[in-house]
Design a protein around this ligand. Structure first.
Ligand SMILES: NC(=O)c1c(N)nc(OC2CCCC2)nc1O[C@@H]1CCC[C@@H]1O
Length: 329
């Protein structure tokens, strides 16, 4: 093929970025691949070749720019504009019913709940400015976190640019899928390295890397479930928020329930507790939230957590389950 001129290369690079971002979204956000890995790699390497020939064509949102440059000496501290709160816990059906009764006393308005899986990862905050991913941070103590933008850029499920040029902050859980966790520990064990106790620790260790090339190899993913300074989204409830951030190209968890009946919430919890081992990621419970944002504000907060939400925690997995799997001779 004859060498493309700068102008032809600029147009070709734009088309390649668009196609690669669409394919990347389908694969990493929707878990629904559109093309083969070979096809994706062919287009990716064509874009790398153009960007190598004409570096002036490189833009921050290019899929080739996910793995950062220099190795950091440390992480900057960042103050969250809006605190990243924690959650009160419920451990049985009685706690859940007591929560529902408290809510009924705190508002006269009719309300319903949104129930989400409680992903067992690391809470993160992603800032987008005019649709571009500009800053990523850990939750830290809820008020002060660590700036880990370079590492979060390597997470393929996190889009470097949104479908609309919107400015807001989105929050969610970054996690390591169970199969990536098993493979990582197998590799570390073979090299005589210390293995991670669980996927949550593995995700935390992967996000605390000063060299983002290491983070890039850890197959991390993310589920987003909250936001801050999100007036631009023009949403009035948790369910509208989840649908809107999904439309923008962000990854949300599809297994959720909307219900105004606590008995239905309980049935959902029991069903998820049954199925949790079949999920490709670890969860440690179900988060139940009053859906409407105005009603959330009416119900309010304690010093550390919302009164309008609760985490139903599954009983800790007793270690014997692993021994139980061993065929006793
Ligand atoms: N881990 C989760 O899947 C999860 C979730 N699905 N939804 C929320 O809602 C926030 C919003 C207001 C207070 C909690 N938080 C979650 O996890 C957080 C991270 C830190 C404390 C909670 O575990």
């Amino acid at each position: 093929m004859s060498k493309l001129t700068l102008l032809e290369s600029e147009e070709r690079a734009r088309i390649l970025r668009e196609r690669l971002n669409t394919y990347g979204h389908a694969y990493y956000v929707l878990d629904a691949p559109m093309v083969s890995d070979q096809e994706y790699d062919k287009l990716y390497h064509e874009l790398v070749a153009i960007e190598t020939e004409y570096p002036e064509l490189i833009i921050q949102e290019s899929p080739t720019q996910r793995v950062g440059g220099q190795i950091l000496a440390g992480f900057e501290k960042v103050a969250h504009d809006v605190p990243m709160l924690s959650l009160g816990n419920a451990f049985n059906k009685e706690d859940l019913i007591a929560f529902d009764e408290r809510i009924q006393k705190l508002t006269d308005k009719p309300f319903n709940y949104v129930c989400e899986l409680k992903i067992d990862g690391l809470a993160v905050s992603l800032k987008y400015e005019a649709g571009r991913f500009v800053r990523g941070a850990t939750r830290g103590d809820g008020t002060i976190g660590e700036e880990i933008t370079q590492n979060l850029r390597t997470v393929k499920a996190i889009p470097l640019s949104l479908r609309e040029p919107i400015t807001f902050e989105v929050r969610g859980e970054c996690y390591m899928p169970k199969d990536a966790f098993a493979k990582l520990n197998e590799d570390r064990d073979e090299k005589g390295q210390e293995i991670f106790a669980n996927p949550r620790n593995a995700a935390a260790g992967s996000l605390r890397q000063l060299d983002s090339k290491v983070t890039a190899e850890r197959h991390l993913s993310v589920f987003l479930y909250g936001a801050a300074n999100f007036e631009a989204l023009a949403v009035n409830s948790q369910s509208e928020l989840l649908n809107k951030i999904s439309e923008l190209g962000l990854r949300t968890n599809p297994l959720r329930l909307e219900s105004d009946a606590i008995e239905e919430v309980w049935a959902f919890i029991e069903d998820i507790q049954e199925r949790r081992h079949t999920l490709p990621y670890e969860i440690d419970g179900v988060v139940i939230k009053v859906n409407d944002f105005e009603t959330q504000e009416e119900i309010g907060y304690t010093v550390r957590a919302p009164r309008w939400a609760i985490a139903y925690k599954f009983p800790a997995e007793e270690k014997e389950t692993i021994l139980r799997d061993i065929e006793w001779t």
